[in-house]
Write a protein that binds this ligand. Structure first.
Ligand code: ADP
Ligand code: MG
Length: 457
């Protein structure tokens, strides 16, 4: 069981920050593995809700991958959570109390965990093991410059790009390089989500002054990951605004990442938007085939794998520009080679990676999707790209947006551009709407399945 859990944790570690992994998964235990189900035990209701809300799907996929069969996940409580500290975080926002209300007597000690944790950069993510190609050389250069001159010209540095393209890797690299030159530098790595969680914990345990001091005056460099999470969270934005101001006024370096530009983040206050864009914005593009192969060979070497060329091409083609998936595929290959002492051939790769690799299909483009959607709905592609609000046109337009998001690596703003120049918030709205409908409307499910079949062929 422990072995299985370790394997699952390793895979999860690719998708979840070290901190979140530690905070939410360190006390998870496997109770039982059945044919179609894995039963887990967690210490509190808070853990359970959080995992169900945020990681249920990832856990299911990971367990299924590692076990080699599809399983569901059932999460049970170790015992009733006496604190009744149930779900607060996640989708809701919080507001910091005013300074006056903070000083109430009878402070409870804060629990170990989020608040006690100090965000160090992950020592395994460095510039040395970051492969540079045309897709990321500008971002890489900017990050190096920031690491060598923190608080200099590029402050704040804003890194944006699709998922799995190396944003987190780059921010850790900055932190590590600064630490190497300046071992006492106070580097704080935190995701926006974690920032909010810590804030919630601080409020609950009446420790907001410590929380504030930590971020505002005890960080020389703040590395804030996945800042798009702040979108729509007014209270957290308010708090972060003051953190940002305090750090900037003190000449401290701030580096942020997001999957889109500040101006495209829905529900982000104007004053934050302008500040985030006030330094340098750099983007990461999906890697071209050549860079993918270079990354693959480098990571293969690190794992002690020798990968035949045709296998490398198979993987690179299958993961479609997502470096995280590429790593997942490699790790699985490494595990399999070790477990079964199987040589890596195209055939084993095909068999063992079937669930990770989308297909050997040619890459699906927005154009293709729009054409297919138009054909099946019996409308013109120009109708989908156009501006008419007729119901019979709006539906296919939204469906096209949904499918592009699901089947390509494009960001919302890019999707907007490929669907007749729509803005990012319209696209996000359309995407969510269809996603919701897919969950509850069998007709919508049928249409989407039909479309997806048509795209794959
Ligand atoms: P993001 O934060 O943009 O979603 P990550 O930084 O987490 O992506 O990258 C996903 C995985 O791919 C990480 O394990 C990272 O180390 C690796 N990776 C991404 N880009 C590169 C690169 N250029 N060279 C080597 N590894 C990379
Ligand atoms: Mg990341």
């Amino acid at each position: 069981m422990q072995d299985l859990w370790n394997q699952v944790r390793d895979v999860l570690a690719d998708h979840i920050s070290a901190h979140n992994l530690d905070a939410w998964f360190s006390e998870v235990r496997i109770l039982e593995v059945r044919q179609g189900e894995v039963i887990l035990e967690v210490p509190s209701r808070f853990h359970r809700d959080w995992i169900v809300d945020n990681y249920q799907e990832a856990m299911k996929r990971t367990f299924s991958g590692v076990l080699g069969r599809t399983v569901g996940i059932d999460i049970q409580l170790q015992e009733e959570d006496p604190s009744g500290f149930s779900r607060t975080a996640g989708t809701e926002d919080v507001v910091m109390p005013t300074e006056l209300s903070i000083e109430s007597p009878g402070r409870e000690p804060a629990p170990e965990g989020p608040l006690g944790w100090r965000g160090r950069p992950n020592p395994e993510k460095t510039f040395e093991n970051f492969v540079v190609g045309a897709c990321n050389e500008f971002a890489h250069g900017a990050c190096l410059a920031v690491a060598d001159f923190p608080g200099g010209q590029y402050n704040p540095l804003f890194i944006y790009g699709g998922t799995g393209l190396g944003k987190t890797h780059l921010v850790h690299s900055i932190g590590n390089r600064i630490l190497r030159q300046e071992p006492t530098a106070r580097i704080c790595y935190v995701t926006a989500e974690q920032f909010m969680n810590e804030m919630i914990t601080a409020i609950r345990y009446k420790r907001t002054p410590e929380f504030r001091e930590r971020y505002r005056s005890r960080s020389d460099v703040l590395l804030m990951d996945d800042i798009q999470f702040l979108g729509g969270k007014r209270g957290t934005q308010e708090e972060f605004f003051h953190t940002f101001e305090a750090l900037q006024n003190a000449g401290r370096q701030i580096v942020m990442t997001a999957d889109m530009l500040p101006r495209d983040i829905e529900g982000l206050e104007e004053r934050l938007r302008t500040r985030f864009s006030g330094g340098l914005e750099v983007d990461l593009q999906p890697p071209d085939l050549e860079t993918m192969l270079a990354i693959l060979h480098k990571k293969g070497e690190e794992l002690g794998l020798s990968i035949p060329n045709e296998v490398a091409l198979f993987i690179a083609g299958g993961v479609r520009g997502n470096i995280r998936e590429l790593e997942g595929a490699l790790k699985r290959l490494a595990a399999i080679t070790a477990m079964y002492s199987e040589p890596i051939t195209l055939e084993t790769a095909r068999k063992r990676l079937a669930h990770l690799i989308v297909a050997e299909n040619p890459i699906i483009t927005p154009d293709q999707i729009i054409k297919t959607v138009a054909r099946i709905h019996n409308v013109k592609t120009s109708d989908i790209l156009g501006t008419s609000h007729q119901k019979r046109l709006v539906r296919p337009r939204h469906v096209a947006i949904y499918l592009i998001r699901e089947h390509t690596n494009l960001s919302f703003p890019d999707i907007g551009r490929s669907v007749g120049g729509r803005d990012s918030s319209t696209v996000q709205y359309a995407y969510r709407r269809i996603k919701k409908q897919r969950d509850k409307d069998p007709d919508m499910q049928a249409i989407l399945e039909l479309l997806e079949k048509n795209l794959q062929s």
